[in-house]
Write a protein that binds this ligand. Structure first.
Ligand code: HEM
Ligand code: NAG
Ligand code: NAG
Ligand code: NAG
Ligand code: NAG
Ligand code: NAG
Length: 260
């Protein structure tokens, strides 16, 4: 592990990046509510300090590590920029992504709701609920749909400030699809459970468990298709469910708009 307390020293430290490099965040490094971007920073595909990330760095990191089409990478970067509070920003930092109710939302798979705690760091009890829906060694899109809706129901039932914009809802679909079909296999729409568990818990690419950079490019059309499929696999939220007690908590999950 390389740690450096002096920025001047950090500046002359050789920048190592890639599949064979990994170190956890140091004291001056920032991280996101996104387990994958944190992973890419830990590997150095993104700047290890997590700060002032450019469009080109984002496109290259997602392409080099995950074979994500650079047009899609650029599209995702535009969303990330909206979380930087500075006017006319051209970069973002990973912790900007945690600014509540821009992209960051309630009912995350591995983070506490903002009402209850830190949205940037892994929360074991939240993740335990998600994990309980991954009922086989191979996680399917149906299991991802079940986990997602369970987290939404729990959050609706317990968080008096529960909120979910249409954009946030689209992100929940995208994120749940992503761990299966971007990180896993878009041909079979499955991912080994051990890989996802490792990713969330260690924020490291599980190459020792057989993970490899996907051979097929992941395109914007794939993302839209899998988000729609995930929505199709989700039973409608039961409006009279005893967990939903107030009018705002009964708010319908949008079912008709899948893309961004
Ligand atoms: C520039 C690209 C990306 C941006 C801007 C981004 C942004 C975000 C944000 C803001 C969240 C937090 C949502 C929340 O739970 O409140 C998040 C979560 C997540 N992201 Fe990313 N992300 C990107 C790329 C990816 C990729 C490539 C993957 C592939 C696996 C991924 C997987 C996830 C997952 C699984 C979550 C859910 C974590 C949880 O609910 O605990 N993301 N992302
Ligand atoms: C990336 O996706 C765009 C459309 O979204 C497409 O025009 C382009 O050919 C793709 N690039 C590669 C390298 O596949
Ligand atoms: C941001 O851009 C707008 C429009 O180009 C400009 O009017 C404004 O002064 C800029 N703000 C800053 C802080 O640069
Ligand atoms: C983890 O999440 C649970 C459920 O939201 C919450 O009660 C707990 O305080 C969180 N823990 C931390 C350390 O934020
Ligand atoms: C989702 O369901 C709709 C309505 O049944 C259907 O038209 C659409 O093809 C489905 N989408 C996917 C990706 O399966
Ligand atoms: C919705 O939930 C209520 C209360 O648990 C139950 O009585 C009802 O049968 C459910 N309706 C559907 C369509 O599942």
């Amino acid at each position: 592990m390389r740690t450096s307390f002096l920025p001047a020293f950090a500046a002359v430290t050789p920048v190592l990046a890639g599949f064979d490099t990994w170190s956890p965040p140091g004291p001056y490094d920032v991280r996101a509510p996104c387990p994958m971007l944190n992973t890419l920073a830990n590997h150095g595909f993104l700047p290890h300090d997590g700060q002032d990330i450019t469009r080109e760095e984002t496109e290259n990191a997602l392409f080099d590590a995950l074979n994500i089409n650079k047009t899609l990478g650029s599209f995702l970067f535009d969303f990330a920029l909206t979380t930087n509070p500075e006017a006319n920003a051209t970069t973002f930092s990973l912790n900007d992504l945690g600014n509540h109710n821009i992209l960051e939302h309630d009912a995350s798979l591995s983070r506490s709701d903002a009402y209850y705690g830190n949205v940037l760091t892994f929360n074991q009890s939240v993740f335990d609920e998600t994990y309980s829906y991954w009922t086989d060694e191979t996680v399917t899109l149906q299991m991802a749909a079940n986990a997602r809706i369970a987290r939404i129901k729990t959050s609706m039932a317990t968080n008096p400030t529960y909120a979910m914009s249409d954009l946030a809802n689209a992100f929940t679909l995208g994120e749940s699809a992503a761990y299966v079909v971007v990180f896993g296999d878009k041909t079979t729409a499955t991912v080994p459970r051990a890989w996802v568990k490792w990713l969330f818990q260690h924020e490291q690419l599980p190459q020792h468990l057989g993970w490899k950079r996907p051979a097929l490019s992941f395109e914007e059309g794939d993302l839209n298709r899998f988000m729609e499929l995930l929505q199709n696999l989700t039973a409608p939220v039961n409006e009279t469910d005893p967990g939903c007690t107030s009018r705002t908590q009964r708010r319908r999950i949008p079912r008709s708009h899948f893309g961004f």
